[in-house]
Design a protein around this ligand. Structure first.
Ligand code: ATP
Length: 234
């Protein structure tokens, strides 16, 4: 295996706040499915933001798909993120006035690379979106429905298809199952795994739901990774 993501000696503090993250070393391998856990406020969402170059660390090196993010200018970093990362947020962040297909196709508006990859695999963007939605359990009759007329579970499937379209190398999921009832969570994760595998994507998944952890290739506790949150030795 080779790393899709690696970071070394990363340090980050929010403005006017003490050091939050001090991570000597972390790697995510190609195709790996990683469960990141840690108490509320320990910096999980902040770390996800750093991985995508949304924030930059004060120190350290972060390499995604062979490129050091800190060396890119802001516009190039946005472009790079759109090309290589798919996000699933806790609240899904769908555009309510767009229909399901329109939402799924959004990343292809910002990334020619992902649009080209989707067309290459499925013949057209619409076919690519429909393929993902069907595989994730959202039937065709819902594809033209406005996103704000969907149930939470249906919105979650749309958010996952949007993250996966055009096969980005990394899928970042920040508590994507927290709005679902317990019984649907494992089923959704298995669908997500299948699609990540088909797309060749690595998955970085943050959750407070420990019962999901055994499904993943690796479980990482941010407190173990982060020197700041380690208990002081006496
Ligand atoms: N945009 C921001 N500006 C300033 N401080 C922030 C910002 N976002 C987060 N923080 C602070 O950084 C710390 C870590 O927050 P973060 O959201 O990364 O934690 P988390 O582990 O994801 O928490 P949770 O599990 O509750 O979502 C908190 O103390 C928070 O107040």
């Amino acid at each position: 295996m080779s790393a899709v993501l690696s970071l070394t000696d990363l340090q980050f503090a929010w403005p006017q706040q003490p050091l939050l993250l001090d991570i000597p070393q972390f790697e995510l391998q190609r195709g790996e499915r990683l469960f990141l856990k840690g108490p509320s406020g320990s910096g999980k969402t902040t770390l996800l933001g750093l991985l995508g170059g949304i924030q930059l660390p004060q120190q350290g090196q972060l390499t995604l798909h062979g490129t050091a993010l800190s060396q890119l200018k802001p516009a190039a970093r946005d472009h790079f993120r759109a090309d290589h990362i798919g996000y699933i947020f806790q609240q899904f962040n769908l555009l309510p006035f767009l229909d399901v297909l329109g939402n799924v196709l959004l990343p292809c508006r910002f990334s020619q690379r992902r649009a080209a990859r989707a067309v290459e695999r499925h013949g057209s963007l619409e076919n690519a979106a429909a393929h993902l939605l069907n595989h994730l359990g959202l039937p065709s009759e819902l594809h033209a429905r406005r996103a704000d007329a969907l149930s939470i579970g249906q919105q979650q499937r749309v958010a996952a298809a949007r993250a996966l379209i055009g096969s980005p190398e990394l899928i970042i999921a920040d508590e994507p199952t927290s709005a679902l009832d317990y019984d649907s969570r494992e089923g959704f994760i298995r669908l997500l795994f299948n699609e990540c595998e088909e797309a060749g994507a690595s998955l970085m998944f943050v959750s407070h739901d420990q019962s999901l952890a055994p499904l993943f290739d690796r479980v990482v506790d941010l407190q173990q990774l982060n020197r700041v949150s380690r208990p002081q030795e006496v």
